[in-house]
Ligand binder design. Structure first.
Ligand SMILES: O=C(O)CCC(=O)C(=O)O
Ligand SMILES: [Fe+2]
Length: 326
């Protein structure tokens, strides 16, 4: 992360020193030796305990950030990566990966375990918990994370679901053009009172975005802006959220919050070794367009969804309330 890109004080940066980065890498390496995969059930059953062996100072800092209800993101910089061992950026997220990429998955899981538990979707990237964000040939103009030429429009991750993640973790392995991720938070007090009240009521429909297999999904009804003004909670997708049919006030209020988030969208470029946990309650996020090269050096992020309350997530799945959670 370049210092001049620290554009928003609400992104809480934790810079690892060399010693801390070495310790974290060694811990991830031990895990990679012992467990078959970073998202294997055996590792997931242990990761919250093992993560307590991460260095103390950054672990404390993550915990302070966790308790900050108004943060936009937690950023951990200085993670040790060996680009020379990564091999080519895969052409597709299904392709096999290098040992170094496998190790990076453990690194991401370990830091994530300080914020909650990872979850995946049976309808996304073949049900994987640890997913990859990389450009795929033929997807350039689509609305999924493997797009490139088209802006990935801002969204709450999986806004359609009451069981969406509390954090989206992105670990940057490569970003040759420093293509920015985008973020925006709401400012409820800058909206008229009637709009604030309308947005807090279940008068909006959000369909699942195209990253999900569409056959099992249905639109969900909900509010789009709730909680106290100083820590407002968003549930909104620029492309997938609409007002309930015939509800003119809801439509007008939605236009206002769309406009506010459009205007407030700011860039945040991840550099290799940066690991960011976007607060999926407080901010929407997206990605600026870029030109993929397909030369093995393309932008590559590893991604996980993290829930702060796994019991609630599991209860939702058991009740059949949400069949998409894996
Ligand atoms: O590529 C990025 O920076 C963000 C992609 C994104 O929205 C996601 O992976 O959920
Ligand atoms: Fe996203």
């Amino acid at each position: 992360m370049l210092p001049e890109m620290l554009v928003n004080a609400r992104v809480r940066e934790i810079a690892l020193n060399r010693e801390e980065a070495k310790l974290a890498r060694a811990l991830a390496g031990n895990c990679a030796d012992e467990y078959v995969a970073a998202d294997s059930p055996e590792f997931l059953a242990e990761v919250n305990v093992i993560a307590q062996e991460l260095p103390l100072a950054p672990r404390r800092a993550v915990n302070r950030a966790r308790l900050d209800e108004a943060k936009h993101a937690v950023l951990i910089t200085g993670n040790m990566l060996r680009d020379d061992l990564l091999n080519d950026t895969p052409a597709h997220w299904r392709d096999p990966q290098s040992e170094e990429a496998r190790l990076s998955g453990f690194t991401l899981m370990l830091w994530a375990a300080l914020l909650g538990d990872p979850i995946g979707w049976t309808t996304q990237q073949d049900g994987r918990i640890l997913t990859d964000v990389l450009p795929v040939a033929g997807h350039e103009q689509t609305d999924v994370s493997s797009s490139s030429r088209k802006e990935l429009t801002w969204h709450t991750e999986d806004a359609f679901s009451p069981y969406r993640a509390d954090y989206v973790g992105l670990y940057c392995l490569r970003n040759p053009d420093l293509t920015p991720t985008t973020l925006a938070a709401a400012d409820p007090l800058a909206l008229p009172g009637w709009a604030r009240e309308t947005l807090a009521q279940p008068r909006f429909l959000t369909r699942a975005d195209d990253a999900h297999d569409q056959d099992t999904t249905r639109p969900e009804t909900g509010a789009v802006l709730t909680g106290p003004p100083e820590a407002a909670v968003l549930r909104i997708d620029r492309d997938c959220t609409v007002a309930a049919p015939g509800d003119e006030d809801a439509r007008a209020a939605l236009e206002l919050i769309f406009g506010q988030l459009d205007a407030g969208l700011y860039d945040f470029a991840l550099a290799p070794g940066d690991l960011i946990f976007l607060d999926n309650r407080n901010v929407v996020h997206g990605r600026r367009p870029f030109r993929a090269r397909y030369d093995g050096r393309d932008r590559w992020l590893r991604r996980i969804n993290v829930t702060a309350d796994l019991r609630r997530t599991r209860a939702g799945r058991r009740s059949g309330d949400d069949r998409r959670i894996g």
